[in-house]
Ligand binder design. Structure first.
Ligand code: TXA
Ligand code: MG
Length: 338
């Protein structure tokens, strides 16, 4: 049985969240909202709970989890490294949508980190996530609360679609405000490197990490490094169950339409007038690119519920937050037309 608990996103009810915290403390798994996407959490020191996460998501055991904390003190029991090099980024982005990787302490079970000697840590800003961590009295290990390979959940309904009946609790606090998973920066090597672009743009990150390395493959998946820097990089991700065709060159569109006659077009509101006689899913507005990030996974999921056989998505210039959106679309696409 899965218990669904509704709470307010801004001022969550303490006694309701206490029920969820009790489940975490007893080794259960709880889906909860963060400012990025919904996570599926367990006590990071309880191997039984942690292994349940991998089992219900059907997640490969070598794909490590992010550990969520609510106060800085918790970072120091998780890592065994001087975190001074990350001082400025912590000051600017925590609590918030940035995950940092450090060398892990011996206290952290190897199951959490997929056998790696490093650990990913994040301090979320969502009031529900923060209160849940506090009431649980432990850092919470949590990947996104979707089945492995599916788009991340930005609404409790998405978690229900993927995991109802498989997990103990779903905390429903409505839509997540940012809609895109956190930016991930690895501070465990000589030079800080961006492993996953997210809601914090590269320009913003570079203001506090001037020597941040931004690998080219974040946008050019065909040029993936032979040895993945992050285990999650090797799996196809974020995909609807139907073909998703990412089109860069609009001149090729007629050919793509001919190949997939019964398809839906995914595009920003500003382009929608170009496709008057076609089925469209509006992705948000280019003039307010955060609306595109916020809608992305909801739109990708809705493709599966439409009577179409494929979705065609138009590429956008990878600037600011749209760099992160294009990174996800490249990973989700089954075919790229350039
Ligand atoms: O916004 C987010 O980050 C959400 C919310 C729930 O916090 N979480 C999330 O988790 O997106 P997940 O598991 O879906 O993605 C975590 C990524 C994976 O690609 C994983 O491989 C990478 O982080 N990761 C975790 N620990 C790592 C480590 N020690 N070294 C390299 N990559 C790591
Ligand atoms: Mg995920």
């Amino acid at each position: 049985m899965t218990m669904i608990l509704k709470v307010d996103a801004v001022e969550p009810n303490v006694s309701i969240l206490q029920r969820a915290a009790k489940v975490i403390k007893e080794g259960g798994v709880v889906a909860f909202p963060t400012e990025t996407v919904y996570g599926l959490g367990a006590d990071c020191f309880n191997v039984v709970g942690v292994l349940k996460i991998f089992k219900v998501k059907n997640r490969p055991p070598d794909n490590p989890l992010i550990v969520h904390i609510c106060e800085l003190q918790q970072l120091y029991e998780l890592v065994e490294q001087d975190t001074k090099i990350a001082e400025k980024v912590i000051e600017k982005f925590w609590p918030g949508p940035v995950t940092l990787i450090f060398k892990k302490s011996a206290k952290v079970p190897k199951e959490v980190t997929g056998g790696l000697e490093t650990i990913a840590v994040r301090m979320p800003s969502h009031p529900v996530a923060r209160l849940l961590i506090k009431l649980s009295g432990t850092p919470i290990a949590a990947p996104s609360a979707n089945l492995s390979g599916r788009p991340s959940p930005t609404k409790a309904e998405h978690v229900v679609e993927d995991l109802y009946g498989l997990i103990d609790v779903i905390i429903d606090a409505g839509e997540t405000p940012l809609g895109l998973e956190s930016s991930i920066i690895d501070f465990s090597k000589d030079r800080p490197i961006l492993l996953r672009p997210g809601p914090a743009t590269i320009e913003e990150l570079k203001q506090v990490i001037p020597d941040l390395e931004v690998p080219e493959f974040l946008l050019m998946l065909e040029k993936q490094p032979s040895r993945p820097l992050s285990p999650g990089m090797t799996y196809r991700h974020y995909s609807p169950n139907k073909p998703l065709i990412l089109v860069y060159n609009e001149e090729q569109l007629d050919e793509v339409f001919a190949k997939y006659p019964n398809s839906v077009i995914i595009c920003p509101e500003e382009y929608s007038h170009k496709f008057k006689n076609r089925r469209i899913l509006v992705l948000g507005r280019l003039s307010e690119p955060f609306t595109i990030a916020q809608n992305l996974y909801n739109v990708l999921r809705s493709v599966d519920n439409l009577p179409v056989s494929a979705a065609i998505v138009l590429a956008m210039e990878p600037k600011g937050i749209l760099f992160s959106v294009m990174n996800r679309l490249k990973k989700a696409a089954s075919e790229v037309v350039e």
